[in-house]
Ligand binder design. Structure first.
Ligand SMILES: NC(=O)c1ccc[n+]([C@@H]2O[C@H](COP(=O)([O-])OP(=O)(O)OC[C@H]3O[C@@H](n4cnc5c(N)ncnc54)[C@H](OP(=O)(O)O)[C@@H]3O)[C@@H](O)[C@H]2O)c1
Length: 325
């Protein structure tokens, strides 16, 4: 099978798709014939040796995928051959086949395309966990979303709106802000051209209650300083590069909470809640209340185009790879 195999850490453009043996089936696992794989920021960090998880070499990159089950390992009874599933094993998905634990497979709706499914789990489940389990949302509160047209950002805009929040989207272009408005944002701030803190305070009429921040760097301080009394600042990630360092007195002054979100590490500690959350997200998809946005589809061989689109901030929603044999 073809796969993006990482034999050493290097800039993502230096990695290659090569021919390798398909992985062997294992007890409690299933084989998935992968149709599409979602490309996420951590995939880039991982092949470059910049992610907190460093798998032993050689490893196949790619955290999440969608496809069809073609083989059942010993003991697997709740899934069947031919079933359409999404899965997020963390590695192994930029390939034509993967063998993954059966208990992480999420059956997908017949309505959902493989491209939608491949980029669904990580971004929607992260934002749903952040908003449902970590935000203490109250009716009519205001949420500022940074990087709002990106992978996790756009799902926060959409889910937050559906949960009754007044969402202010912050992004770098008008085109991105227009997409955020389609997904429910009531206001947009172009944080490259406008003063983020001043505009967020103005639009929220005194301060935002929740900040959803997957961007970090220089955007974090003005976002934190735009908050209202008792606000919750959700630390999602640092796509802009630097991990921000903030002064504790800002939290004291307005009794702010800074809350870390580590969805991947939360799952094994809260498996029942995770399964419940995934079921609720799939039900929302079935009901048409959430609409995954795929902004780019590339072949596995052209993975660098997908990764470059992410690093150049051109992705609006998700970018995915398709597998062709
Ligand atoms: N905590 C968790 O459990 C969890 C789960 C999933 C992802 N994450 C993290 O969340 C972050 C965002 O992931 P994502 O999949 O949403 O990525 P993404 O689709 O690339 O979106 C990130 C956004 O950040 C903004 N940005 C600002 N400066 C940037 C720069 N120098 N390079 C790239 N983007 C920049 C861009 O929006 P503008 O152009 O509008 O500024 C971009 O749309 C990553 O750090 C990822 O590791 C965390």
């Amino acid at each position: 099978m073809k796969a993006l195999v990482c034999t050493q850490f290097a800039p993502f453009a230096d990695h290659k798709v090569i021919e390798v043996d398909a992985p062997a089936i294992k007890k409690g696992h299933v084989r998935i014939a992968i149709k599409a794989a979602g490309v996420n920021f951590p995939d880039i960090l991982m092949v470059q040796g910049e992610y907190q998880v460093k798998p032993p070499f050689p490893f196949i990159a790619g955290a999440e995928c969608a496809g069809e089950i073609t083989e059942l390992g010993e003991g697997v009874t709740h899934l069947k051959l031919g079933q359409r599933v999404a899965a997020l094993p963390g590695v192994g998905c930029f390939a034509q086949e993967a063998v993954v634990p059966a208990n992480i497979c999420v059956p997908i709706s017949d309505k959902m395309s493989y491209e939608e499914a491949a980029g669904f789990v990580m971004v929607y489940a992260t934002s749903y966990h952040a908003l449902k389990d970590r935000s203490d949302i109250k009716p009519d509160e205001t949420m500022l979303v940074l990087g709002a047209a990106g992978g996790v950002g756009l799902t926060a805009v959409e889910l937050g709106t559906n949960m009754g929040l007044n969402v202010i989207a912050a992004a770098s272009t008008q085109e991105k802000l227009d997409i955020c408005k389609e997904y429910g944002a009531v206001h947009g701030i172009n944080y490259v051209e406008e003063d983020l803190k001043a505009r967020a305070r103005e639009l929220s009429e005194g301060g935002v209650d929740i900040v959803y921040d997957p961007v970090g760097d220089k955007f974090a301080a003005p976002a934190l300083r735009s908050m209202a009394w008792g606000g919750r600042y959700l630390v999602i990630g640092f796509a802009a590069g630097d991990i921000p360092k903030v002064a504790f007195n800002w939290m004291l002054l307005k009794e702010l909470d800074v809350r870390g979100i580590h969805w991947g590490a939360w799952i094994p500690r809260n498996m029942k809640n995770h399964v419940q959350n995934m079921g609720e997200l799939m039900a929302m998809y079935e009901a048409g209340t959430i609409k995954p946005r795929v902004s780019g589809v590339h072949t596995l061989e052209n993975f660098t185009d997908a990764m470059t689109a992410l690093t150049e901030r051109r992705v609006m929603g998700k970018v995915v790879l398709t597998m062709v044999s």
